[in-house]
Design a protein around this ligand. Sequence first.
Ligand code: NAD
Length: 328
Amino acid sequence: MKITFFSTQPYDQTFFDIANESQKFELIWNQSSLNEQTAASVNSEVICIFVNDVCNAAVINILAKQGVQLIALRCAGFNNVDLEAAAATNIKIVRVPAYSPYAVAEHTLALLLTVNRKTHKAYNRVREQNFSLDGLLGFDLHGKTIGVIGTGNIGQVFCKIMLGMGCKVLAFDLIANKELEQAGVHYTHLIDLFEQSDIISLHCPLNESTQHIINTHSLSKMKNGVVILNTSRGGLLQTKDAIHSLKSGKIGALAIDVYEQESTLFARDLSTSIITDDTIQRLMSFPNVLVTAHQAFFTEEALTQIASITLNNIQHWKEGKAENVVAY
Ligand code: NAD
């Protein structure tokens, strides 16, 4: 059976080829992303897509005409897929609900330690024989209050890491996790989390209720100098509002691995191009902003799991016992 991949990078091929040794699917690689043009050239029942592939109603209708029956997401989030259109065309969607939550949670910690202790600046300074400490002042994480929004697979690992750092951990989720409560995490109202946290980390999915959860209104409730971390989805943060709050000093530091308009930027080398997105350029001009290009998932363990679970999802669908299906 053929599987057409979109938005592939060399590492996808490496990890999927290993996982496919036991499955023997015919893997067709496309570096280009899925869109209305590329959808029209699909010639397989199954396609495999990633976070920034466009899978709206128009694309899904084209895929249905091409005979596609299964869209296998090689990621956890599915906010880029129009589920109503998939249901209307009877195309099933499967995903990788959990691979390595440690990969993303640990990267979130890396971002926090970097923006706080400014190791990225220290690295460059020392290489230029500038051994001064001026401007590198950070703060102890121990004793600080950290607010975690979304305590699913990734959020709960991050909560435990932060408890280990000696932080007071506040959490907001639709469902409280009893194990976390026993470990010392305090579930609270969102407004209290905004008001009391020194650091806020986003680990909820992007949907209608969470879009722009960090905006001028919520920022106005937060402590002056709050540190915001986003390794979840770019649309959780209203970027223009964040820029305003960075200018005023309300946000003390911002570290993001995701960006609302990342699909035109991330996963590409644009070092010799002119970037026309003024918002990201403004964001990156702040000394207290750190941007990584959606790399939180990027560990050997995560890529191994993603490849293996994705191909298993496809195999199970083929056998009529689909699992990890995204409910319409
Ligand atoms: P998950 O489904 O296990 O957990 C999400 C949690 O958010 C759940 O506990 C859910 O109840 C909660 N939630 C839902 N709506 C909420 C709301 N309105 N307010 C507060 N909480 C809410 O997902 P996960 O595996 O922990 O992943 C979290 C997010 O991280 C994903 O949705 C994805 O967008 C993102 N992610 C990013 C990367 C990366 O490389 N940067 C990798 C994987 C996942």
